[in-house]
Design a protein around this ligand. Structure first.
Ligand code: BMP
Length: 210
């Protein structure tokens, strides 16, 4: 199995049929699937079918008071959820974590992001975000597109490290794994190809860490 979380973000006009077809083709190759608003806005009823194919991370980028975040996650039956670390702990991520733990679900928090604008704000605070993560998170999300930042996060963060930005956003497949990431998040480089399964295999064929 490849250390890849496949991001199932459907193009306009596509939805669950598209996502479930790609999941079926790749389910034995990947560690799980990441879904977000584009797919969930097509309906959440078919989430069960996706869960039958693998571990599902709901990338909702939750960023609200605990009451609202809990109100949302109770309605979505994923195996793990992604929230923003900047929300903080008290009346925020702490209660969310408690709720998810009761259900046996994991919480990952975003400590830094992959796009260039992230350096204007959130990425300046990655240290504070990791401090918040220590108490509440099973894993953190940090960018494959920013290797120095990724290395710095890896040095201080001992649990799961998930890295988006591989493929279309410019980071090379395997580059984040070489820096110690646990999972690379890959979307369009695989899902928009004619044959996602073959594409995934070829992207990681020369990766020693996969
Ligand atoms: P792609 O490989 O097609 O660029 O997809 C990356 C996925 O990871 C998208 O779902 C995006 O929303 C998400 N993501 C990201 O690209 N950068 C981040 O910093 C955090 C993310 O969750």
């Amino acid at each position: 199995m490849l250390p890849v979380l496949l991001s199932l973000d459907p193009p306009p006009g596509e939805g669950w049929e598209w996502a479930l077809r790609i999941a079926e083709e790749t389910k034995d190759l990947v560690a799980g699937f990441k879904i977000g608003w584009p797919l969930l806005l097509e309906g959440k009823e078919r989430l069960r079918e996706l869960k039958e194919k693998g571990f599902v991370v709901a990338d909702l980028k939750l960023a609200d008071i605990s009451f609202t975040m809990i109100n949302i996650v109770r309605r979505i039956d994923a195996d793990a959820f992604i929230a923003h670390a900047f929300v903080g702990r008290r009346r925020g991520l702490r209660e969310l974590k408690e709720e998810l733990e009761k259900e046996g679900k994991e919480l990952y928090v975003v400590v830094a992001m992959s796009h260039s604008g992230a350096d204007e704000g959130v990425n300046k605070h990655w240290r504070e975000n990791v401090l918040i993560a220590y108490e509440v998170a099973d894993g953190v999300v940090a960018p494959a597109t920013k290797p120095e930042l990724l290395k710095a996060v890896r040095r201080v963060w001992p649990r799961k490290l998930l890295t988006p930005g591989v493929g279309v956003q410019g980071a090379k497949p395997c580059s984040a794994l070489e820096l110690g990431a646990d999972l690379e998040i890959v979307g369009r480089a695989v899902t928009r190809s004619e044959n996602p399964r073959d594409r995934l295999i070829s992207l990681y064929s020369s990766c020693k860490h996969a």
